[in-house]
Design a protein around this ligand. Structure first.
Ligand code: F6R
Length: 239
């Protein structure tokens, strides 16, 4: 695992964008694994800018997002479909972008379909991750095991609390989500995890120095041959 620490949040985002730009330039038909939340915002802003300036062409790229809420309409402003449209998809020219369907009538079939679609696309070349304050990646919450495939998750109180800032009230925050599993994340050829802010410092420490344990799902990344952590000073302060 490589770890790079930057002075500012802006630098973290741009460093992540550099990795995406390099990958897309060297393999124009890359399969990109994408995340939502605050962490990727700077990266997406930079990718949109480089695309606007004619420096980056995503027209042969396909993307798969990590997760989506269950029971929230795609058109809801807090859905991850809406987030991705606003922060990336409308500003670049991805050939196709996929998110899991959190409203599918048969979620088991939807999970299998999503994993099969990633395999059919050739697997993820570069996966972007944030990290939860509880060490989650995607919505793989702390637990007794690592779940391999895409699955439906009951979000923990800590995650519901963390996501509350996007909704009008805590009652509105969905309690369940569909997430790529740890097997799907670990199958990516390369992984870049972004963390900023002091509230991520303990999770980053546990992921980097603690036991490899499903209690801290991000700790599994230590077993991945090509993972890079991009951190600001605050998120790195315990390591
Ligand atoms: C989002 C996701 C989550 C977030 C994590 C950090 O698609 O999978 O694991 O990356 O909760 O969220 P932020 O970046 O908002 O702190």
């Amino acid at each position: 695992m490589q770890i790079h620490v930057y002075d500012t949040v802006e630098q973290v985002g741009r460093a992540a964008a550099l990795l995406f730009a390099a990958r897309v330039t060297e393999k124009p038909d890359s399969v990109l694994g994408l995340a939502t939340g605050s962490s990727p915002l700077g990266c997406y802003e930079q990718l949109r800018a480089w695309h606007r300036e004619g420096l980056l062409d995503f027209s042969k790229c396909v993307s798969f997002n990590l997760d989506e809420y269950c029971g929230l309409p795609e058109a809801h402003p807090c859905s991850y479909h809406a987030f991705m449209k606003e922060h990336l998809f409308d500003g670049v020219n991805l050939k196709t972008s996929y998110l899991p369907d959190g409203n599918a009538p048969d979620m088991t079939a939807e999970c299998r379909r999503y994993d099969a679609a990633i395999r059919a696309a050739g697997g993820i070349d570069l996966q972007l991750l944030g990290i939860g304050r509880n060490g989650h990646i995607g919505f793989n919450e702390p637990g007794d095991r690592f779940v391999y495939g895409t699955h439906v998750v009951d979000l923990t109180p800590s995650t519901i609390q963390a996501n509350r800032r996007f909704f009008e009230s805590e009652d509105e925050v969905p309690r369940r989500a569909v997430s790529l599993g740890i097997g799907g994340i670990m199958a990516a050829k390369e992984i870049v995890l972004i963390a900023m802010g002091e509230d991520k410092a303990q999770a980053v420490y546990d992921a980097v120095h603690g036991d490899v344990t499903p209690r801290v799902q991000a700790s599994v990344l230590r077993a991945h041959p090509h993972t890079v952590f991009l951190l600001d000073r605050e998120a790195a302060k315990k390591i």
